[in-house]
Design a binder for this molecule. Structure first.
Ligand code: ADP
Ligand code: MG
Length: 222
């Protein structure tokens, strides 16, 4: 098993009321499996992904990734763990604007203290078809190219789990389709474990398994 979520809960105060964005969610994901989490806007997808990826603390419950309980780790240890084991692709790309494509992809390798950074980063760019964009800044790239750089950055460390939150949500349909094709091809050839959050059922259908979330509740966990 690669990821296990146990009884995860996360609430937010909204207008003096507590809403449970994630309400007692449990499920597990096998190594090499791809799982889509689908649900309408506001159903808790991004919050759940943030808990699973260790970006936010849950109110209760536990997350285990690749045999390690990440819940309760201190900030420094969690940051290091994320840097070495977790890849995240966001809807809004979140590239460093002052760094080139190659430098953006090199960053996780630099932080993890890996060797042959340039070669590895170039290979990751090549995997997303952008070896000829290495010295471009994000502002010199199209949206689709920016997301491909973000995919290269998220996968360059060969993460235990790749998380993607609406990876085509900020792109037009055709570009989004191309980018997610590249993503799925990469995930397949490297047998990566992926959790993909989306409201796009067609995209979700490319995953091995679909979980639905509504009002913070998982509808069909296993
Ligand atoms: P989704 O990604 O499915 O659209 P979210 O996880 O972003 O849903 O949000 C789930 C619920 O939690 C929504 O009602 C949202 O308004 C609320 N929420 C999310 N983040 C916060 C926050 N930081 N503060 C207050 N409420 C939040
Ligand atoms: Mg969201």
């Amino acid at each position: 098993m690669m990821l296990q979520a146990e009884s995860l809960k996360k609430g937010f105060q909204q207008g003096g009321q507590e809403i449970l964005a994630v309400n007692d969610v449990s499920f597990s994901v096998n190594k090499g499996e791809t799982v889509a989490i689908v649900g309408p806007s506001g159903s808790g997808k991004t919050t759940l992904l943030s808990l699973l990826a260790g970006l936010e603390n849950s109110d209760s419950g536990q997350v285990t990734i690749d045999g390690k309980v990440i819940t309760g780790l201190g900030e420094a240890e969690l940051t290091r763990y994320r840097g070495e084991k977790i890849g995240i692709v966001f809807q809004q790309f979140h590239l460093m604007p002052h760094l080139t494509a190659l430098e953006n992809v090199s960053l996780p390798l630099d932080i993890a203290g890996e060797d042959q950074v340039r070669d590895k980063a170039l290979k990751a760019l090549k995997n997303v078809g952008l070896e000829n964009r290495a010295t471009h800044l994000p502002s010199q790239l199209s949206g689709g190219e920016c997301q491909r750089v973000a995919i290269a950055r998220a996968t360059v460390i060969q993460p235990a789990v790749l998380f993607a939150d609406e990876p085509s949500g900020n792109l037009d349909t055709e570009t989004g389709g191309r980018v997610t094709d590249i993503l799925f091809e990469l995930v397949k050839t490297t047998q990566m474990t992926m959790i993909l959050v989306t409201h796009d059922m067609e995209l979700a259908g490319k995953c091995d398994r679909i979980l639905s979330i509504r009002g913070g509740l998982l509808q069909n966990s296993n």
